[in-house]
Design a protein. Sequence first.
Lengths: 306, 306
Amino acid sequence: MHVWVPYEEFVADVEQLAPDVQVAVYTGRDGVPADVGSVDFFVAPYATTAEALGVTNRMPELRVMQLLSAGYEHALPFLPSGVALCNARGVHDASTAELAVALMLASLRRIPRFVRAQDKHSWAPGQFDALADKHVLIVGYGSIGEAIDRRLRPFETTITRVARTPRPDDDVRGVEELPTLLPQADIVVMVTPLTPQTKGMVNAEFIRRMKHGALLVNVARGAVVDTSALLVALEEERIRAALDVTDPEPLPTDHPLWDAPGLLISPHVGGNTSAFLPRARRLVREQVARFANNAPLENIVVLGTR
Amino acid sequence: MHVWVPYEEFVADVEQLAPDVQVAVYTGRDGVPADVGSVDFFVAPYATTAEALGVTNRMPELRVMQLLSAGYEHALPFLPSGVALCNARGVHDASTAELAVALMLASLRRIPRFVRAQDKHSWAPGQFDALADKHVLIVGYGSIGEAIDRRLRPFETTITRVARTPRPDDDVRGVEELPTLLPQADIVVMVTPLTPQTKGMVNAEFIRRMKHGALLVNVARGAVVDTSALLVALEEERIRAALDVTDPEPLPTDHPLWDAPGLLISPHVGGNTSAFLPRARRLVREQVARFANNAPLENIVVLGTR
């Protein structure tokens, strides 16, 4: 059994799993290990290039391509026929959910205002919002949506969950109810995948239904929000926003969003934190163990048909 | 029964509690209501002046002085003999605990850095800390400490609780264990009352025992931290800090703390948020109801002996 991993830290973990396992490190930036023709389990480098993933063309024995991201579209062109593609569902949940809550708290409690006041040596208190008592609408209720929900509960908030398909047993409402749910929310968090249905979902009509002064948080993908419509609403100070993702991204230096009032921007740092490596490591250990024991893999998103 | 309340919003609440209740609004800024000689339950204005509290000298019938703050030292000179002084324990917990978590998340997830980058139109991602996996030491485990704990738990943190008196049943350690606990913590939150024992508690020795790069959060009182010792540690980039309270306070324009590296300052906004009024209202309603029904009051901190 030949396994490739993208980080040195994973080598010892994987070596312990089976007596006959061979582990090599492939970062996508350095050389291609000598056993490329024998690799059966390939943990692809995170946030890498198309060239780096193209190495699968030289892996006739490949059985599993394990990603460290939740998104997998970028890997499809490099997935050989019959190979199982597994994503990293769950690995980024803690970090991304945490950022969603951080953006809410920072915006409501006016951290950006205090940072700017600090730079001017100005002590300027006042009465501002709290997260307590707020009604939060989570749009997109997959594993990150659940992780946000779990973190918000002790803050004395009211939470409404929305997903594409209603799941009454989990108290999850369907997207078709959004027009009646939006006017009730103080905070709307977008955490949907980017699909033809969610592209531009937060448009002028969506924003018009939001409460005056409500906060929009986007930790999904930039294109889920119609940037022009958001910009108009921000300029008119109808809503506030906190975005970890933008459209376009990265945001060009001369983009008007930078100076929009009531907006906090973080530069797509939802998933890439100190929480990533321990969780990625745990996933790889478990997946390789399953593979070594002929147990069913988790997180299979596609079986290659190329 | 004559009750004075500091906000119009409280009047209807209190009027409903008993058929014979008379309610007047006394803000401490406007006039003194005509029934001052008959007041038996006085809800003192929040964050008010000594002059405003001096009105108790004109209340021969006074039985209860209810504060809307947790601290009560400022009211003692105005507490007539035999009058019960009640504080607002619990009313500020949600707001203050929330700010403590907001300061942690903002500092770790580098919100101040992103605000400054936004002002420069600069998209500058990177890998930073998460709160997940961090070991948090809560120093001072009263009702706000508990409220912080409750909010932190779903963030996948490890929490150690410290109070003056160890309470093994609640897993609360005694302050005498701090020298061995400090080196293990990634985040140290101060939420003790200010007493002769806690004044200057975070001194050079305390900071020296903290982990390199750890975060100090102060939502207690400014004087719990020795400002000079903190300043040295910040300048040397040994620790990071987030302070809602400072010593001196307000921080003078020319104070070196403003520009200390790795420091986030909020201007003592822990308790004064949108969460305050609903909780204060609930407390006043409950306390007046107890008084009207001859039930024991909550939160009696002192019985006047003047």
